[in-house]
Design a protein around this ligand. Structure first.
Ligand code: ADP
Ligand code: MG
Length: 218
């Protein structure tokens, strides 16, 4: 277990991120890292699996978003990152933040796939392709089962608000999605709480994870 301390970077510039991403962070007015970012980003950028425990509003989206954008190859028009969120509202929030972070990457396509939305436009968007898919487990699994979505090239999986996903009964659906993902991948799991069920999920889904915990929002 690590917690933020003086050994952690304080600003984005001290991270080995692509210059275009760093420049964009500056344009967005992001300078200092939040605690969870300082604790998690070095391991994330290194490609390690990470379990991050931190409350809402602590800056988790920027932590995993920079990790997946940093290694994304925009020339390769395949789904390279999958972000699973418990609700449509959260998925939309994450997609919005990722689009802000990705402004410096031209032609990047980020697609949201959530339940409660009509299938037609989602299928149309999937035919055009995407680099990043953000969505809720039920709808993602639905598209997988129907052959609309190919996750064979995913090299980053993010489970955002994992505790809420389990509370909502997504365990089985998550397992079905996980079966469709390459074993060779980076997995980042974020959760506000850390009950035994999350520990069990992490044990099955992550490989030698680095665990970072931040008590309160920044
Ligand atoms: P969480 O996922 O932990 O709830 P978010 O990633 O959505 O938190 O971040 C919360 C808010 O803080 C967002 O509006 C985001 O733009 C902002 N934010 C995140 N990191 C930083 C930072 N390093 N500096 C300034 N603002 C930040
Ligand atoms: Mg969040």
């Amino acid at each position: 277990m690590t917690s933020p301390d003086n050994h952690h970077p304080r600003d984005f510039k001290s991270l080995p991120l692509q210059p275009a991403l760093l420049k964009n962070l500056q344009d967005l007015g992001y300078q200092r890292l939040t605690e969870i970012q300082a604790a998690a980003l070095p391991a994330i950028v290194e490609g390690r699996d990470v379990i991050g425990q931190a409350k809402t509003g602590s800056g988790k989206t920027v932590a995993f978003g920079l990790g997946l954008l940093h290694k994304l190859n925009v020339e390769r028009f395949r789904v390279q990152a999958l972000v699973l969120c418990p609700t449509r509202e959260l998925a939309d929030q994450v997609a919005r933040e990722l689009r802000k972070l990705a402004r410096a990457i031209h032609n990047i396509k980020i697609l949201t796939l959530c339940g409660g939305m009509p299938f037609g436009p989602q299928i149309g968007s999937l035919k055009h392709g995407a680099h990043i898919v953000v969505g809720t487990p039920g709808r993602i699994e639905d598209h997988l089962r129907k052959g609309n979505l190919d996750l064979a090239n995913v090299d980053t999986l993010v489970l955002d608000e994992a505790d809420r996903m389990l509370d909502m009964g997504f365990q089985e659906v998550l397992d079905q999605i996980l079966e469709q993902l390459p074993e060779e991948r980076q997995t980042l799991l974020f959760s506000a709480t850390y009950p035994k069920t999350i520990d069990a999920l992490a044990g099955r889904v992550l490989r030698k994870p680095v665990k970072v915990e931040v008590a309160a929002a920044h």
